[in-house]
Structure formats: structure tokens, C-alpha cells
Design a protein around this ligand. Structure first.
Ligand code: G6P
Length: 610
């Protein structure tokens, strides 16, 4: 979603701001802009559309200032045009502001300020905050104080950065519900909503917590609460390697991330498997482990792809840990007042660790006194910091908007948690050791599947003009069917539905004719016979079947129009393998349709508004 970058220092401001915005492109946006404080005023350029538009708009401008802010906007209030793009200036142009989040009481603020003669020129909620800061920014009040006073009247969420020609040596930023990270440099400092934006320049960062603000000068960073109490925040070193946020020779981040999966799944398991004990070790859970181990009920909550991983978690925990599990969309969980008591534990899953609904669900659960465990990829993210205990995926930065490697790592990690809990409850050593062996072989098996990319591309050639797709799976592969359909619709804009195969008879079967490709996950496991019957039902209605089957299953060739093989594995591990051909199928179909796979329309990598 929206991205914030701010810089104070003596390097070329234009390239720092534009490069920062470029690094955040993956988050999804529909307009962009920059503001530089110079010559006693504020110079601004903004453009709707892709960053290329903004780049052309600044081509002939030579910003001379040494302090500036930049923003990529994902529209919430007001259409994505130039007027509504950030940065926004206040009425008398005394300040410029960039903002992520939503100011809920903006219309009250606007009405009040209009009464005082302020004019508004945009449809955004942000402009109300810009003007409110200006209202407080009178003689004798500093910018910092004006921001503080304005924020005390604001309801909603924000991550902001504010500059003013009145104090041309300062960036004031603040956070409430929308991430802000400060990058510390040598005689220069940065602010961003995402570390990616500043990694080219510094790896030394400090994160703001909700209710905090920071005042950046070139030499100094001061962090305070919004109530003006000093905060001593440690400086952390980001471990990301810049190589990992480049495309590494691939055409798209998504393809690179699909191809990385043998390694990312290995990284998720690294140092965590104990083959001699048939179990796993997860230090991150240790702090509150008993609450998880003795939970009589587990609730898992997440959004999007992470929610699909959570569904696989339900199958794993119920089969092996023998604990009842419920999986709920975080957006429902947070408002539904779910039944939570001391006997239950909550697990939240989020690649980014910043999804607004998942974060709110986590806070709601903690408010009710329940221990919350996190599964995140982004180190230092808000969800990772606010959970009672948790584990990281270690899958490296995921840039493609459509999640791929994070999904397989989430499922891998859920399997490790299952092993750990089940072995301390009733799972035998033999069973545990069998799963450990199965996991150890998974990366090589993924490698083998990736070699079929050419075949999957050929299948995509035949179906990329279809208007609908159906995905069917049973058991562990039902969530994979949901995930396969989500991948396709996200990046190719083809309507796709995932269904538990047997449910097809209760509705989707009416859609099947010779124009409907049906992707069926038909690996040789406990529901193989049943899924074969489902394939026959599709064929009887002339549907075109693309089967994901177990290597060596020759019989299935007679029933399916196309077969993509995955190596044999334990049933509970099949999702880590079967999801991979579906990622590739979606990718190639989207490419053949000319879609922008890394930045699909309207989508955001991390949804930080509800
Ligand atoms: C967005 C992304 C999805 C992601 C979902 C949840 O919709 O486009 O790829 O699965 O958010 O994100 P999270 O970071 O919480 O896993």
C-alpha cells in the first residue's frame, strides 16, 4: 500500500526519493509525488499512474534542497489523480505532509477549518491533517509542537512525515497504526514506511511504535512519545542482503520467488529439525510455549494467502496434535467478539507483519488476555513485535504482490510447529521421524517440479484466453485449490474459484462446459479414488481437466487433458509441492495475457488499512 520516504542530508535528493519510491513499488500504488524544501518554499511534483510518470515530471527540475519527502499513494479517499496524490501542502503552503492510513474524523476537522477561512483543494482526508498542523503552527510554536497538537485531535491511523520551509533542517514524523522506520546514516538520516526504501543507503534502523514521533535533523534522531516523553530506542541492524531485493536475472520478482523455493523452504527449516528425536526445535516459541502446548483450542487468523496457509495448519494440528482448531479471516475475527478463554491460544500468520486486520485481531485477542503467537516473514514488523512469542519464516524479502515463497514457508513452519506440539503430546517417534525425513526431502522435490516450468508454460498457452477457471482439491489440497485460484485471479484477472472437490456438485458443476478449464489436485493420497470420481464428473460435462498428480500415476493420463506431476511425499506435505505448479500456471497465463505480474492492478502487497 502507500509508501513513505523522507531524506535529510547532502546527497542528490531527487535520486534518493525516487529510488526509495521505486523500492516500495511492489507494495501497490496508483499515484506518486515528491516535495523538497528549497529557496524558502516547497517544490512539489506529483503524478497519477506509475513512477515513470513522476520520473518524467522531475526530469527537467533540478531540486537544490537537502530535505524532502516522497510518497506512493494507494487511493482510499478520493480518486487517484494528480490533485489527490501526496505530498499535500497546507492552505498557506507552510507545511508539506505525506500520510499513510486514514484520518477518520477528517470531515469534522475540515468543517471547522473551513469556518476559519481555510480552503481545501483535494478529496483526501490527509489535507485536513495538513491544514490542522498549519493551524497550530503559529509564531512561537515549533513544527514538532504543531504536529503534536494536531495529532492529539486526530482519530484514525497514520504514519506521517512533515516538512516546512519555516524549519528547513527538520523532518517530523509520527506513527499510529501505520509503520514508520528511521534509517540512520552518516551526516544524513532517513524516514520510510518500509525498510526496502532505505536499504540502499543504510542498514541501521530504529522502528517507531504506535503513539511515537521522531524528529530528524541531519546529525540527530530524537524519538519521543506523542505526549512528549523521551524514548530511548535501540538501533537495529537489518540483515537483508541487497541481492535479495533484486530480480537476480529473472524477468519478474514473482518468477524469481517461485524459483527460489527449494532454498527458501530449506531456510525455513534450517537448524530447526531434530532427526534423532523425530521433532523440531523452535526457539521463538519458547517464551510462552506452555500456553500453546496445553491449549485446548487454537484459533488461527490471517488474511489472503496467509489465511490459506492457516487452513492447512488446521488440517495439520487436528490430525497430529489432536487439538480443535478454528481458522478465521482476521477482518471477521476482530469485530465478531470471538469466544476466547484461558484455555485457548491464538496464532496469527502474516508475511508482511503489517496487515491492518491481522494486527487488529492480534490486539483484540491480547486485550482479552489470550496468548498470541506470530508467524511472520518480515523481521521487526509490527505483528512480530506485538505477539507474545513467534517464529520467522526466514524466506527473505518477498517483493511480488502475489505471495508464493512465503506460502510454502508458512506451511513448512506450520508443519514444524505441528511436529513440536504433537511429539510432546501423542505422536510416536516413528511418525515424527517419518515427517522429519519427508520434510528434509521437500526442497529437492520442489527443484524437480520447477523443471516442469516449460510444460506448464505450454499448458498456459492453451488456456490463457479462458474467462473462468475452477480449482478443485480435497483434504490437505483443498486450501491449495483456494490458493491456486487466488494466484490466478490476482495476477491474470481471470475469474477463478477454488472448491473442495465434492462441493462442486452443489453449484460450480453448473458452470462446466467445454470452455471451462478445471485444475484438479489429484495426488495419490487418502482421497485419490474420490477425486478421480470428481474428474469423471467434470469430463462427463466436457470440462477440460488439468491434473496435478503423483509421479508414476499413468492411469490419470486417460482421464485428464493435461497432467503435471509432483514427486511422491507424505500426504500432509503435499501442499508444499502441489502449490508450486499452480503458481507457475498463474504466472505464465498472466504473462501471456500481458499483465503486470509484480504489480497487479488495485492490489497491495501489504494492506495497512482496514
Ligand atoms: C495482500 C497481499 C496478499 C497477502 C495478504 C495478506 O492482500 O496482496 O498476497 O496474502 O495481503 O498479507 P500478509 O502480509 O498479512 O500475509
Amino acid at each position: 500500500m502507500c509508501g513513505i520516504i523522507g531524506y535529510i542530508g547532502n546527497k542528490d535528493i531527487t535520486s534518493i526519493l525516487l529510488n526509495g519510491l521505486k523500492r516500495m513499488e511492489y507494495r501497490g500504488y496508483d499515484s506518486a509525488g515528491v516535495a523538497v524544501v528549497e529557496n524558502g518554499g516547497i517544490s512539489i511534483r506529483k503524478k497519477p499512474g506509475k513512477l515513470m510518470e513522476l520520473e518524467s515530471a522531475v526530469e527537467d527540475v533540478r531540486f537544490t534542497g537537502q530535505i524532502g519527502i516522497g510518497h506512493t499513494r494507494w487511493a482510499t479517499h478520493g480518486e487517484p489523480n494528480e490533485r489527490n496524490a501526496h505530498p499535500h501542502t497546507s492552505f498557506r503552503r507552510r507545511i508539506a505532509l505525506i500520510h499513510n492510513g486514514i484520518i477518520e474524523n477528517y470531515s469534522d476537522i475540515k468543517k471547522e477549518l473551513e469556518g476559519k477561512g481555510y480552503e481545501f483543494h483535494t478529496d483526501t482526508d490527509t489535507e485536513a491533517l495538513a491544514n490542522l498542523i498549519e493551524e497550530f503552527y503559529s509564531d512561537g510554536t515549533s513544527l514538532e509542537e504543531a504536529v503534536r497538537l494536531a495529532l492529539s485531535q486526530v482519530q484514525g491511523t497514520y504514519g506521517i512525515a512533515v516538512v516546512s520551509p519555516g524549519e528547513p533542517d527538520k523532518i517530523v514524523c509520527a506513527r499510529q497504526g501505520s509503520p514508520i522506520v528511521i534509517g540512520i546514516g552518516d551526516d544524513e538520516n532517513f524516514v520510510a514506511s518500509d525498510v526496502m526504501a532505505i536499504l540502499d543507503h543504510t542498514k541501521q534502523v530504529s522502528y517507531l511504535d504506535d503513539g511515537e514521533m521522531a524528529i530528524l535533523t541531519r546529525q540527530d534522531v530524537e524519538i519521543k512519545t506523542i505526549e512528549n516523553e523521551r524514548v530511548d530506542r535501540e538501533v537495529e541492524e537489518i540483515a537483508y542482503d541487497l541481492e535479495r531485493i533484486n530480480k537476480g536475472g529473472y524477468d519478474h520478482f514473482m518468477l524469481k520467488e517461485i524459483m527460489e523455493q527449494p532454498q527458501t523452504v530449506r531456510d525455513t527449516m534450517r537448524g530447526r529439525l531434530l532427526p534423532d528425536e523425530g521433532t523440531a526445535r523452535l526457539g521463538g516459541l519458547a517464551m510462552d510455549f506452555e500456553s500453546l502446548l496445553y491449549a485446548r483450542r487454537i484459533l488461527i487468523t490471517a488474511c489472503g494467502t496467509s489465511w490459506h496457509a492457516a487452513l492447512i495448519g488446521e488440517y495439520l494440528f487436528e490430525e497430529f496434535v489432536r487439538v480443535p482448531v478454528e481458522v478465521e479471516y482476521a477482518s471477521e475475527f476482530r469485530y465478531r467478539d470471538p469466544v476466547l478463554d484461558n484455555d485457548c491460544a491464538v496464532i496469527v500468520i502474516s508475511q508482511s507483519g503489517e496487515t491492518a486486520d491481522t494486527l487488529a485481531a492480534l490486539r483484540e485477542a491480547r486485550r482479552k488476555g489470550v496468548k498470541v503467537f506470530g508467524i511472520c516473514n518480515v523481521v521487526g514488523s509490527t505483528i512480530a513485535r506485538e505477539t507474545d512469542a513467534g517464529v520467522y519464516l526466514h524466506a527473505g524479502p518477498e517483493i511480488g504482490v502475489a505471495s508464493t515463497k512465503a506460502f510454502t514457508s508458512q506451511v513448512t513452519l506450520l508443519t514444524l510447529i505441528t511436529l513440536l506440539l504433537a511429539r510432546m503430546r501423542s505422536m510416536s517417534f516413528n511418525k515424527g521421524a517419518e515427517i522429519v525425513r519427508g520434510l528434509q526431502q521437500v526442497p529437492d522435490k520442489i527443484e524437480k517440479i520447477l523443471k516442469a516450468a516449460g510444460q506448464i508454460r505450454d499448458i498456459a498457452e492453451q488456456y490463457h484466453t479462458a474467462s473462468n477457471f475452477l480449482y478443485l482439491g480435497r483434504g490437505y489440497n483443498f486450501p491449495v485449490a483456494l490458493e491456486g485460484a487466488l494466484k490466478l485471479k490476482e495476477i491474470s484477472y481471470i475469474h477463478a474459484e477454488g472448491y473442495p472437490a465434492a462441493e462442486m456438485k452443489h453449484g460450480p458443476i453448473a458452470l462446466i462446459d467445454e470452455n471451462m478449464p478445471v485444475v484438479v489436485i489429484a495426488t495419490q493420497d487418502s482421497s485419490y479414488e474420490k477425486i478421480i470420481s470428481n474428474i469423471e464428473e467434470v469430463r462427463a460435462r466436457k470440462g477440460r481437466v488439468i491434473a496435478i498428480a503423483t509421479e508414476g500415476d499413468e492411469a490419470i493420463k486417460e482421464r485428464a487433458d493435461h497432467v503435471i506431476y509432483v514427486p511422491q511425499t507424505l500426504e500432509c506435505l503435499t501442499p508444499i509441492l502441489t502449490s508450486i505448479p499452480l503458481q507457475l500456471l498463474a504466472y505464465y497465463i498472466a504473462i501471456l495475457r500481458g499483465c503486470d505480474v509484480d504489480q497487479p492492478r488495485n492490489l497491495a502487497k501489504s494492506v495497512t488499512v482496514e
